[in-house]
Design a protein around this ligand. Structure first.
Ligand SMILES: Cc1cc2nc3c(=O)[nH]c(=O)nc-3n(C[C@H](O)[C@H](O)[C@H](O)COP(=O)(O)O)c2cc1C
Ligand SMILES: Nc1ncnc2c1ncn2[C@@H]1O[C@H](COP(=O)(O)OP(=O)(O)O)[C@@H](O)[C@H]1O
Length: 299
């Protein structure tokens, strides 16, 4: 048997407040038992999701990074195909044989063959096999269970402030900056175009957002446009472009992580480029006001 550990099990997409509660309980149990903590994150292939599944909240790399940032020592990913036909008792025994001494799950957790492994069975097994069990009740907001699917819905609706609150930290998009057709500079608003990579992640509502990001070691606010820029030339794929306030320099090839803070307006098809420039100037004024208000609140 290897080193002893506690484990929390779940899908953990988004690592939202509900997940964070599970992880803080895992850390508490680890301290009590003086052992290491592990998160077991279950992966589902696309076939498992419903037909119009909008994508994961975060990439797997970001999920792992967030879990580790909470203080969990190890993150293990397990493909659902590997465990779905295992008898629940057998799965728990396998974990115990690897050193598990404590288990933390949410109240609706099920696992193993026919989803027979529920919290009732876990209670029975914890007595029989002598491991500690913590079942974490659902965290709620306005009477509704905080869930990854609710957050996906909020992102698709542009309700970024509530999504951020339920996530426990601002939603981010990240990727490398690529070169486009350089029209932004000509219009007076250079925009860093971000490629989010190939993992299917949720697309927030198209439109203009106030954002912030660290470039080098400095914090910059900016305006992010998510959309197809119908005024200039309708792009086939969705674009993510950020115009940073008070920044100048070359960002091509750099990897950026952008925090979405506030939704300003939907993307519009303007009758002319002049009107588009006018609208972006207005967005900038609103963003500057919003940022200075925010800064004056921070002491
Ligand atoms: C703050 C902001 C708001 C924008 N809003 C719109 C919009 O409402 N409609 C639109 O067609 N394009 C919009 N755009 C996209 C611009 O058309 C695009 O950034 C410009 O064409 C530059 O493209 P480039 O990256 O190829 O240089 C917006 C861009 C920014 C930065
Ligand atoms: N304030 C700024 N915000 C965003 N990008 C900037 C800024 N200042 C300079 N840049 C640089 O300019 C590039 C964007 O210029 P732009 O003319 O819109 O070209 P492209 O069409 O290639 O995106 C960015 O990728 C970045 O390297």
């Amino acid at each position: 048997m290897g080193k002893k550990f506690t484990v929390c099990i779940g899908n953990f997409d988004g690592v939202h407040l509900g997940h964070r509660k599970i992880m803080s309980e895992t850390l508490k149990l680890s301290r009590k038992l003086n052992v290491c903590s592990t998160a077991l994150s279950i992966m589902y292939p696309w076939g498992y999701y419903f037909p119009n599944f909008p994508g994961l909240i975060y990439t797997i790399a970001k999920r792992v990074e967030l879990i580790l940032s909470l203080g969990i020592k190890n993150v293990v990913t397990v493909d659902i195909e590997e465990i779905k036909d295992i008898e629940p008792e057998e799965y728990i025994l396998a974990l115990i044989n690897q050193g598990m001494v404590g288990l933390v799950v949410g109240e609706d957790f099920t696992f193993g063959k026919g989803a027979r492994g529920n919290t009732e069975l876990l209670r029975e097994l914890s007595r029989k096999l002598k491991f500690e069990l913590v079942i974490v009740p659902h965290l709620k907001r306005d009477g509704r269970k905080i869930s990854s699917s609710w957050i996906r819905e909020l992102l698709a609706q542009g309700k970024i402030e509530l999504a951020n609150e339920l996530l426990g930290s601002p939603y981010t998009i990240s990727g490398k900056v690529y070169q486009d057709n350089r029209l932004g500079t000509k219009l007076g608003f250079p925009t860093a175009n971000i490629s989010r990579g190939i993992e299917k992640v949720v697309t927030p509502r198209s439109g203009v957002y106030i954002v912030k990001s660290i470039i080098g070691s400095r914090l910059y606010y900016g305006l992010l446009n998510i959309g197809f820029r119908p005024t200039v030339n309708f792009s086939k794929e969705i674009k993510y472009e950020v115009y940073f306030l008070d920044f100048s320099g070359d960002l091509y090839g750099k990897r950026l992580e952008i925090e979405l803070l506030k939704f300003l307006r939907p993307e519009l098809k303007f009758a002319s480029i002049d009107e588009l420039v006018h609208a972006i100037r207005r967005d900038e004024r609103i963003a500057r006001k919003w940022v200075s208000k925010l800064d004056s609140q921070v002491v």
